[in-house]
Design a protein around this ligand. Sequence first.
Ligand SMILES: Nc1nc2c(c(=O)[nH]1)N[C@H]1C(S)=C(S)[C@@H](COP(=O)(O)O)O[C@H]1N2
Ligand SMILES: [Mo]
Length: 389
Amino acid sequence: MDQLHRRNLLLKGGAAAGIALLHGRAFAQTGPTSERLIPWIDQPEPVPAAAAGVIRTLTRWEDLDSWITPNEKFFSVGHYDWPQLDEMAWRLDVAGLVTNPMSLSLGELKALPRQEVTSTIECSGSNGLPFLTSAIGNARWAGTSLANILRAAQIKAGAIEVVFFGADKGEETLRKSTPLELTFTSNFARSMSIDDAMNPANLVCYEMNGSALPALNGFPVRLLTPGWYGVANVKWLTRIELRDTRFMGRFMGRDYVTVREERRDGRTIVTETSVGRTLLKSAPSRITLRDGRYRIAGAAWGPNGIAAAEVKIDGGPWVKATLDDMANSESAWRFWHFDFPPGPGDHTVTSRAIDKVGNIQPAMDDASIVNKKTYWESNGQITRRFRIS
Ligand SMILES: Nc1nc2c(c(=O)[nH]1)N[C@H]1C(S)=C(S)[C@@H](COP(=O)(O)O)O[C@H]1N2
Ligand SMILES: [Mo]
């Protein structure tokens, strides 16, 4: 119902107002159908065939319309063979430099104290590639404390890292097309320092939004590390190993490595760092028209909590968006919205997040973005285009 029509009904008073009220109720009940979505003009490119085996269920931003991302809309990334594990045969081994090695069944794991967290996972490649712009989701995860398991295993002196192995595996080739070419089969694996692993927020996780983990998201068990990029959240987890050397596997040492050129003391230094903790970021998510009012909605997330989100329309001044009052979780994205009356035509909107210690999400021309040679960790401000007809 458009605004004029509604006003007419209200002006007639009495019975007409009653009808308007009824309409109002019907209107509310129809929910999202009475809301018109204005799709972005700048749609991401289709996922190319070469990446289609790695990325599943990429839901575009304008279709992510709830603070909790339903499991069937949650993106997933798998670099190897997407295993379908049998929960009866599954075991989690805790091994290496521990006094008390363990092999836990799913039942034994679930008997340990339950811990829940609402946490957002973003792939560090999101917004770094033209087809990957919404590789992010927010879910209520449940599992048991990783720190408790490590304490029970009793880490031996000399151990420095915890390595997490997934059941998925694939072929890796080094020095390809040279006489020294080497091919070997390797499991997906990532490591953390013992300090980082002992963070009480980390979960050995078996539940996502009240259901068992979907196969695509790591059934039966994954690591869940709030505050870290997706790649650290090892799925199909089968082995935790304590080591006295640094783990240099593909996903720590070769891939998911950010290369930056930095000027220091008058010289150029190249830094190569493993993708780790998340960065401050935001994105406009969707524009809707409801009751004659345009609303830009978006999300903001980052390691220090979100203090504010701001938007810039058509390159104008930054204006504060309203932060939505959702169940608040420090490790979850914060939704925001901004209502405005745009004239007809093409427009742009840019958003930026500001965290609780005063950091501002960098602009695309900020040195931290410009000096980055790789596409990982692309947390620069995002601009989207839309058309009002
Ligand atoms: N075992 C395993 N775990 C993995 C991966 C993988 O390929 N294998 N991909 C990682 C990457 S790169 C991301 S972004 C997240 C995505 O988690 P999701 O698929 O549940 O969204 O899983 C991580 N965990
Ligand atoms: Mo990722």
